[in-house]
Each structure stands twice: as C-alpha cells, then as structure tokens.
Design a protein around this ligand. Structure first.
Ligand SMILES: [Fe+2]
Length: 213
C-alpha cells in the first residue's frame, strides 16, 4: 500500500496540508522523495520544472565531464533547488503580472527557506550549496549573496544555466513558452553579458542541439 505523503513544510500556505512535521525516522533521500510527492500534489508546474531541471543538470554535469557521483548530485540539486517555494503562498508564484519589489523579495526568500529545510533534513552539503547558489550570477548581480565567478559552486552554476533554460522554454502563468531560437539567443546573451558561466552555456546548448531537448 502506498504510504501517505507526510507534509514537510510546517508553515506552508502553498497547498492545503498544514500538519506540522519534520519527517521523523526518514533518511534524507526518503524525506526528499516525500517532499517531491508533496510538491506534485500542491504545484504540478513547480514539480514539472524541478524534474526537468534535474534532468538537464544531470546531462550538463555529464557533458562537462564530472564523475558519476557529481552527476547524481547535480540531478538531486536540480530536483530540490526550488523546495523553498513550497513555504510561500501559491498565489504569489502564480501572479500573472510583474512583481512589486516587496513581492520579488518574498519570492527570492525561497533560496534561504529551501536551504534551511534541507539543512534540517541533513541533506549532503554539496547539494545544499548548489541550492543556495542557483540564483547567483557570474557578474555578482544574482542573489542572495551576490557571488562572482567561480565563487559560486560549479553545481550552482550548472543549475543557474538549466534553470533559466527551462524557465524560458516553458509556459508560466505570466508568459508563454519562448521559441527555441529566442531561448538560445537569450542564453548566449546572458553568457556574453557575464550573467551565466559561458563555458557551461556553450556545452549545454551543444547538448540541446544534439539531443533536441
Ligand atoms: Fe529558484
């Protein structure tokens, strides 16, 4: 018999489950699986995005030449990179408009919220670091820490590339999916403007072309 999903986020208004709980007795991989099941129930779009980011991160880590452990780490980081959003009001993530400054600050808090939750689950530090860094930018203009260049972990930079790719190439409540050429052009422009790691962008786009992602 399938076990019930144990709600992980005690303060989540994202969905209907409000029961308090920190997944006692589960190791972190079991707990992560429970979180993903919770995500599937409360936000299908976020769940789909997380799965695709995990797949792309795995492929990019592989194409970059990382070993199998690092490839797996990249995939798991992709799966968990936005878990902090489960602690935010679902309405906030679905606003079909440009966010106000206050709303944007609240959305950006998903990084710190996710890191906190993953630390409580004792998720491996390299995965937590990647989650902490997935919105940093090469030129220091990202958040939450404004890290520059390789101060951002490699896996964090991998997530940065594939997260943007998926965000642009799929529909959201506030926008339609972009055409493949526009997505490619934007990623190249972000590499040129030092927003994303240019080597990772080049490798990923070559994968996109060869695999027709
Ligand atoms: Fe994110």
């Amino acid at each position: 018999m399938a076990s019930a999903v144990i709600p992980y986020f005690p303060s989540a208004s994202h969905g209907t489950q409000q029961e308090k709980g920190y997944l006692p007795g589960l190791n972190w991989t079991e707990a992560a699986a429970q979180i993903m099941m919770q995500m599937q129930q409360v936000d299908l779009q976020l769940w789909g995005h997380s799965g695709r980011v995990a797949r792309y991160a795995f492929l990019l880590a592989q194409a970059y030449g990382l070993d199998e452990d690092a490839q797996l780490s990249a995939a798991l980081s992709g799966l968990l990179h936005d878990v902090g959003k489960l602690a935010l009001p679902v309405e906030l993530l679905c606003l079909p408009k440009r966010l106000s400054t206050a709303e944007r600050t609240q959305v950006e808090s998903h990084v710190a919220l996710g890191v906190l939750q993953l630390q409580q689950l004792q998720v491996p530090p390299d995965i937590i670091l990647a989650v902490a860094h997935h919105h940093e930018r090469w030129d220091g203009s990202g958040y939450p820490s404004g890290l520059r260049g390789i101060s951002t972990s490699l896996c964090g930079r991998i997530l940065g590339v594939v997260d943007v790719f998926d965000a642009l190439s799929t529909a959201r409540p506030y926008k339609q999916a972009w055409q493949p050429q526009a997505v490619t052009d934007t990623l190249n422009a972000m590499a040129k403007n030092q927003k994303l790691d240019s080597i990772l962008v080049e490798i990923f786009l070559s994968q996109v072309r060869s695999r027709m992602l």
